[in-house]
Design a protein around this ligand. Structure first.
Ligand SMILES: *Cc1c(COP(=O)(O)O)cnc(C)c1O
Length: 351
């Protein structure tokens, strides 16, 4: 058989093990289904879609609706199949052989994964105490390495901490790099880089329908940024990459922002309750601005605790082998009763 690219053998695929359990708190999805009114509107849309025709290649109506949501022009919005495809498009357009992407570990593993797949060299710094990334540390790496892409993640997955606004500004002022702020969890946070976006500013903010919008199955993500960046991304996107139904689904979802905001508040309240309960247990815990918490059991190894939770039918993410996260686990905030199951199981395992 023909052999695939030799460098692929160095890389494992990216996936989270799925084990059949009662309580799944491992992939940061929303525990709530999407609003019923949205499902009804989408069903109606199915009847009126011309499936014999190619979709609107520019996804204009969707981009117009997203632009309205964020107070930008449709030309400043690029949408794709999940924010992961948005990131891949960014790497295809701005990365590639001979170019570098800067990021700071620990962070979202898919950033360096996509960099490698697109032949982009990764230059990785380390986050400091409490997983903070100071403006000076960020500047130092960017000035030394002169990357084409600077990747920030705010709030950062899997640590939960939002990037410091001064770090984003420093990265913007530093170089000719395109600064990418991945805000997959942006709505759970008290700060967003969206306010800094504008034509002529080398910044894009990436968002997704997968987390806050309760629509992980839809595979829809987008970025807001300068129109010249959007034009470059359109050159690397496959023709008709966004199907008609997905375009409609995303556009219809934006009619339910109030429901979405209620879901966000409910999850933030549960996050605070969970953090409070965990602070009385034998774990180290980091403050989170997202819909998950990172913790480190004090007297047991991370994978031992992960296994003990699985035996009690609770699945969390075992991050204990990730760079800089020795012994850590990441737990997604679920429904109150799921969080209670997690807390009960954890206290048994730690006892
Ligand atoms: C979950 C997540 C995404 C989402 O990817 P989609 O392809 O939109 O589902 C993007 N970035 C980060 C940091 C994430 O944690």
């Amino acid at each position: 058989m023909p052999q695939p690219r030799a460098d692929l053998s160095l890389r494992k695929g990216y996936h989270s093990p799925q084990v059949p359990v009662d309580v799944r708190l491992n992939t940061n999805e929303s525990p709530f289904p999407p609003p019923e009114g949205w499902s009804d509107a989408l069903a109606e849309e199915v009847r009126h879609t011309s499936f014999n025709r190619y979709p609107d290649r520019s996804a204009y109506a969707l981009r117009e609706a997203l632009g309205e949501l964020h107070g930008v022009r449709p030309e400043q919005v690029f949408a794709a199949n999940g924010s992961n495809e948005v990131l891949q498009s960014l790497f295809l357009a701005y990365g590639g052989p001979g170019r570098k992407a800067a990021l700071w570990e620990p962070t979202y593993a898919l950033h360096s994964h996509i960099a490698h797949l697109t032949g982009t060299q990764v230059v990785a710094g380390r986050r400091g105490p409490g997983f903070s990334l100071g403006a000076d540390d960020a500047l130092e790496l960017v000035e030394r390495e002169q990357p084409s892409i600077v990747l920030l993640c705010s709030p950062n997955n899997p640590t939960g901490r939002a990037e410091d606004p001064s770090t984003v500004s420093a990265a913007l002022s530093a170089s000719g790099a395109l600064v990418v702020v991945d805000e997959a969890y942006g709505q759970f946070s008290s700060w967003s880089a969206l306010g800094l976006v504008g034509d002529g500013v080398p910044l894009v903010v990436v968002r997704t329908f997968s987390k806050t919008w309760s629509m992980a199955a839809l595979r829809l993500g987008y970025l807001v940024g300068p129109s010249e960046v959007v034009r470059a991304l359109e050159r690397v996107a496959l023709p008709y990459h966004l199907d008609s139904l997905k375009q409609a689904a995303g556009r219809l979802a934006l009619k339910f922002t109030a429901e979405m905001e209620r879901r966000v508040s409910a999850i933030v309240a549960e996050r605070e309750r969970l953090a409070d309960e965990l602070s009385h247990m034998a774990v180290e815990l980091w403050p989170s601005q997202a819909n998950f918490l990172l913790l480190r059991p004090l007297r047991r190894s991370g994978s031992e605790v992960w296994q003990g939770l699985v035996e009690r039918s609770v699945l969390v993410r075992d991050t204990s082998s990730w760079p800089g996260l020795e012994g850590c686990l990441r737990v997604t905030v679920g429904l109150p009763k799921e969080n209670d199951r997690f807390l009960a199981a954890l206290s048994e395992v730690l006892a």
